[in-house]
Design a protein around this ligand. Structure first.
Ligand SMILES: Nc1ncnc2c1ncn2[C@@H]1O[C@H](COP(=O)(O)OP(=O)(O)OP(=O)(O)O)[C@@H](O)[C@H]1O
Ligand SMILES: [Mg+2]
Length: 485
């Protein structure tokens, strides 16, 4: 066989082994490589060591050696293999090694038989040491010569490449495994995140639904509250109308009483006058007529007739005024929001509650200039009525109620000051609470001010109260002149 044929055969054999790199374990591939090399070089034993770290190699494959030899460690620098690894130079040995000072700490052999000749190569890629391959012949064989040594050089460099390739393939496999693991982990994490995300979404959706539900409940509650408040307002209105009716009846009773008695007197006077006319018609004598005149006290009758008619007329005017005030107060014949004269509202309210306050207090009006105010005047009257009635109640014997008005910026104010008993801080803090009353059971519902507060709020206004025990109380209502729509 020519040396070219030999080399082709080598390359084909190595190629076959190379096919296994991706399928087999690296140790199997390396063992195959070593077996192949030992056989082709007609040797009888060999070893293949791979570099572990900067200090040592490990024997990875062995052919014709003791089993325990594989796996053992070789310190770089020790023995033949250690020397080749350290110097990165190939070695051809033909003689006994015992006296060669280059090789210290030789690996101990089980059979203690040293090979007669050896070839040993460093396996290098890019001048980096990958491992060492060593091939031996027994003493009964022809020792390796220079030709064997140089002929095997090319093969060894191919083996180097393959060893490196196998190592690379292994590290690639490891990396792929790592990647695979990392990918699995990532998938796992992705799943977890997805799960958490959907859980969070569910929680958020639940919270949103709860919020919506709460809001709906709140809206329903608000509506109920508003309805209740409106009912209260209505019933309070009815109650104060009842109270007022009694007062108004009293007010009307007075003029109607004296008009009635005047009419009775007038009836008598008319009888007297008819008596006188009859005397004239019967052409009675002057003495007889004078007698009648004396009897009916004609001079007094004439005088009294005039004053009776005048008084009755005044009474009727008074009744008419009361009816007008009642109408003004309740504004039954007008729509709700309107431009109204606040002073006229206060006056009509005062007339309506006249009966409640006239025995208790002197009413002093200190009106300023007021424009027309956009409001629900019947409700504003209701507020003024509540405050006036409270003021009258707070005055024990006799006192005063001062009503002031004025304008400031875009608002008007109405102030009602009484010289009544006043309130403690504590009471003052509660007067706008529904059902808060200090009045005896049956006489106050404790709703007057709370409803008033609601009415003023609806007008986008404000109601303030100042009070001092023993000195009196002042309420001040603020109303915007125009409602912003
Ligand atoms: N001018 C005032 N002086 C002293 N206390 C007052 C005055 N106005 C109100 N109060 C106190 O505020 C409480 C609540 O007043 P509010 O008008 O709301 O109810 P009420 O007058 O007791 O009953 P209602 O008006 O429903 O018949 C009164 O009971 C009283 O204690
Ligand atoms: Mg009251």
């Amino acid at each position: 066989m020519s040396s070219n044929d030999k080399q082709t055969e080598w390359v084909l054999g190595l190629h076959e082994i190379a096919q296994k790199i991706t399928r087999e374990k690296i140790s199997v591939v390396l063992q195959d490589l070593l077996d192949f090399t030992v056989e082709r070089l007609h040797a009888n034993s060999g070893s293949l060591s791979l570099r572990r770290d900067n200090k040592s190699l490990r024997i990875t494959a062995g052919t014709g050696t003791a089993a325990s030899f594989v796996g053992s460690e070789i310190i770089i620098g020790n023995g033949v293999i250690g020397w080749v690894a350290q110097n990165k130079e190939p070695l051809l040995l033909r003689d006994s090694l015992s006296n060669d000072s280059r090789f210290k700490n030789m690996v101990k052999r089980d059979d203690d038989s040293r090979p007669a000749s050896s070839m040993c190569w460093p396996l290098l890629t890019n001048k980096e040491l990958v491992g060492v391959i060593s091939i031996n012949r027994n003493p009964d064989q022809e020792p390796f010569n220079e030709e064997d040594f140089s002929g095997a050089g090319l093969i060894v460099s191919l083996v180097s490449l393959m060893v490196d390739n196998a190592r690379l393939s292994m590290s690639q496999k490891r990396k792929m495994l790592e990647l695979y693991d990392a990918n699995n982990l990532l998938e796992e994490q992705k799943k977890q995140i997805k799960k958490e995300h959907s859980e969070r979404l569910a929680i958020e959706q639940k919270a949103a639904a709860e919020l919506r539900h709460e809001k709906e409940e709140q809206v329903a509650l608000n509506r109920q509250l508003k309805e209740a408040q409106e009912q209260l307002l209505q019933s309070e209105k009815m109650a104060s109308i009842g109270q007022l009716a009694a007062g108004v009846a009293h007010e009307i009773n007075n003029p109607v009483g004296y008009i009635n008695s005047n009419i009775t007197t007038l009836e008598g006077y008319i009888g007297n006058l008819i008596q006188l006319i009859d005397a004239y018609e019967n052409k009675a004598s002057t003495e007889e007529i004078d007698k009648v005149k004396d009897e009916i006290e004609l001079d007094y009758l004439k005088e009294d007739l005039e004053s009776l008619l005048k008084e009755s007329q005044q009474g009727i005017v008074r009744v008419k005024q009361i009816v007008q005030d009642l109408k003004d107060f309740s504004h039954v014949d007008e729509s709700e929001w309107q431009w109204a004269d606040i002073h006229r509202g206060i006056d009509s309210t005062l007339n309506v509650v006249n009966n409640e306050i006239k025995y208790k207090a002197e009413v002093i009006k200190e009106y300023g200039e007021l424009p027309q105010v956009e409001c629900m005047i019947s409700q504003i009257n209701q507020v003024i009525l509540n405050i006036l009635v409270n003021a009258a109640h707070a005055i024990e014997e006799h006192g005063s109620i001062i009503i002031r008005t004025g304008t400031e910026n875009e608002s008007v104010w109405i102030e009602i000051e009484d010289s009544g008993a006043g309130m403690s801080e504590e009471t003052l803090g509660k007067i706008f609470d529904p059902f808060y009353t200090t009045k005896p059971v049956g006489s106050g519902t404790g709703l007057g001010l709370s409803l008033s507060y609601g009415i003023i709020q609806k007008h986008n206004g404000r109601i303030d109260a100042k009070s001092e025990l023993g000195k009196g109380t002042t309420f001040r209502i603020w109303l915007p002149i125009e409602q912003n729509k």
